[in-house]
Write a protein that binds this ligand. Sequence first.
Ligand code: SER
Length: 316
Amino acid sequence: MNILVVGAGGQIGTELIPHLQTLYGEDNVIASDLKKDIVSQLKESCRAIAFDALDMNSYREVVSQYKIDRIYNLVALLSATGEKNPQLAWSINMGALINSLELAREYNCSVFTPSSIGVFGHSTPHVNTPQDTVMRPDTIYGVCKVSGELMSDYYHSRFGVDTRSVRFPGIISNGAMPGGGTTDYAVEVFYEVLKCGHYTSPIPESTYMDMLYMPDALEACTKLMDCDPAKLIHRNSFNVTAMSFSPKELFEAISRRVPGATFSYDIDPVKEKISASWPDSMDDSAARAEWGWNPNWSLESMVDDMLDAIRVKLSL
Ligand code: SER
């Protein structure tokens, strides 16, 4: 199987590439990104090419030349960045998706596009948010993700394209930094606390959001794509979560391990509004029942591992 990861230079892509290489073989994974400097870096550890996923001709050439069977479409502006330029967010997020779906139809590829907790909004039930519920997001990012879910299901029912996806919550990781997301605070805090002993949170102390540690997120990306399609009742997209916490709870867990760490709050009004509109905790029972989703990492084990990994990264 030949796998193409589009938008591979971001938080998920940089860790998905080695995960895919382990599972499917180094020669069968192609990383791509728009930015040439990122592609040069990627080339140190994998086959990588630079192209613009919004340019259908270049995208088609890559899919055809490398005989691609599976596309991971990771191209997206995240929620907070999207609010700064909604038109750009729509054109990038939807443009890459539509091109991926069209090429998947032409070349018979399967497609994974991450959806997000961003599909939900103020009118969604916030506690134990059901798999099938109100999806009226308040952000352009969420509007793109809902549209993406609908288009992906449409391409499956109308053209038989094998589209599958999960609604990722915040993803916590120690590789490439996330950028422009509302959940990024849960990554940034580890670096700041270890570097300066202090973190100022843009998210209010008692706002709960779902989170996943990266190893579980990677498992979701491959387990769903490799599962028996006969078992899938849903496709686009599955709620997945491993933990739900507030900044206060995360900071307490860090304080227990980094004595003397201090925290303050300087609330970002855009992120405050977005985080308040998202679920406190999602029900991921459909993912568990239909394709065996079963995350391994908890808040406590994640905090231990993050602190160890970032200490090494910062040579502390
Ligand atoms: N992590 C994303 C964001 O905060 C949510 O999918 O935008």
